[in-house]
Ligand binder design. Structure first.
Ligand code: SAH
Length: 347
């Protein structure tokens, strides 16, 4: 008999599961707390469940999970984990410490189908979607690891490998667990979904969950954006920006536009001016990401002055702009460098 994996089920799914067995609904909440707040990985530890229930769970169900097979630590404190999934595929996550914040950057697909020219993940192709159990396990692993040193996971960003909005059912279940008060208990402000701009799914997910959104823009003109991001042919800039303006937001919040700066390609003052016109008056802020190098792409990062000038033009155009600090580049953990291939020391 195959055991039912309870990891990755939403609270509602778990309640229905217990209801089918004639068990009380609150059992699901207890189990949720054990799995996602107390980091339990077997049923025997769940001492507020009856011995009988623990016995039934142990013989018919399971809690999937995997430790990091390898990890690397950057000189700046960033940690990169390599996870081997049950079918042998591998993905990476990155933990970024920043003052009091502990942000985990998680993967939602093995590889990526989008083939953006500047990103290492797409270069190795697309293998498959990840399940919610696999996606949430990255957060379970990091949260447990942090708790062992007296720290807490504070933010989760879907900016690792893959396009989360091409795996909406599993990403949506994962978000349910991250936001549930009996699960990780994150506010929507602390969970960010980053997308290359899959327009219909952006709006649908925004209506389903009050999470934050980041959209990879990377060019202010369709011809250039289509060259860098083939997905632009399906969802052109005008539609992506319109969707960014329609995402429901809590007051004072903004949608983030991510813009990878590639020297001589999209980093001129004219590009900055076009970008500021695109976002003027919108509830959109810009996150500039100087290109992080990897073997699979021919691009270069602009000089610091060019980045500064680009930022100044945006700010002068009335657009809130910050430059993302490069983190973890020495261990290939920076934006766009994840490819899921084993490297580094065994954990
Ligand atoms: N598919 C999603 C999430 C993964 S990419 C998306 O497109 O948003 C996360 C961010 O890293 C994106 O904004 C992407 O534009 C950026 N990125 C990709 N490759 C990069 C590179 N080589 N250097 C800097 N940023 C990169």
């Amino acid at each position: 008999m195959t055991r039912t994996d309870l990891k990755g089920m939403t609270l509602t799914e778990l309640e229905e599961f217990f209801a089918r067995w004639g068990k009380e609904r609150y059992r699901a909440r207890q189990l949720f707390r054990w799995i996602y707040q107390k980091h339990a990985d077997d049923f025997a530890a769940m001492t507020d469940l009856s011995k009988e229930l623990r016995g039934i769970l142990a013989s018919t169900c399971r809690l999937s999970g995997f430790p990091a097979e390898r990890f690397e630590t950057s000189a700046d404190g960033t940690e990169k984990y390599l996870f081997r999934l049950e079918d042998g595929e591998t993905v990476e996550s990155v933990l970024i410490p920043d003052d009091a914040r502990r942000t985990l950057c998680i993967s939602s697909q093995v590889g990526c189908p989008l083939l953006c020219g500047f990103c290492a993940t797409g270069a190795s192709g697309f293998r498959r979607n990840m399940t919610s159990a696999e996606i949430v396990q990255q957060a379970c692993y990091a949260a447990k690891r942090l708790s062992e040193r007296g720290e807490r996971l504070s933010n989760v960003v879907f900016m690792g490998m893959g396009e989360p909005l091409m795996n909406v059912p599993e990403v949506s279940r994962t978000i349910g667990i991250l936001l549930s008060q009996f699960g990780f208990g994150f506010s929507g402000k602390r969970v960010t979904v980053s997308t290359a701009g899959i327009v219909p799914e952006m709006l649908a997910l925004a209506l389903a969950h009050p999470v934050s959104f980041a959209v990879s823009i990377n060019a202010a003109r369709d011809d250039l954006r289509s060259l860098l991001m083939p997905v632009n042919r399906k969802y052109p800039l005008k539609d992506v920006v319109a969707a960014m303006r329609r995402i429901p937001l809590q007051s004072g919040r903004k949608v983030t536009a991510e813009y990878v700066l590639l020297a001589g390609v999209n980093d001129s003052p004219e590009d900055a001016l076009s970008l500021s016109r695109l976002f003027r008056g919108g509830r959109i802020k810009v996150n500039l990401i100087p290109y992080n190098a990897h073997e699979a792409s021919p691009y270069r990062a602009p000089e610091a002055e060019v980045v500064g000038r680009f930022r100044d033009v945006l700010i002068a155009g009335g657009v809130q702009t910050i430059t993302r600090e490069r983190r973890g580049a020495d261990i290939r953990a920076a934006c766009g460098q994840l490819r899921g291939s084993p490297r580094g020391k065994k954990s």
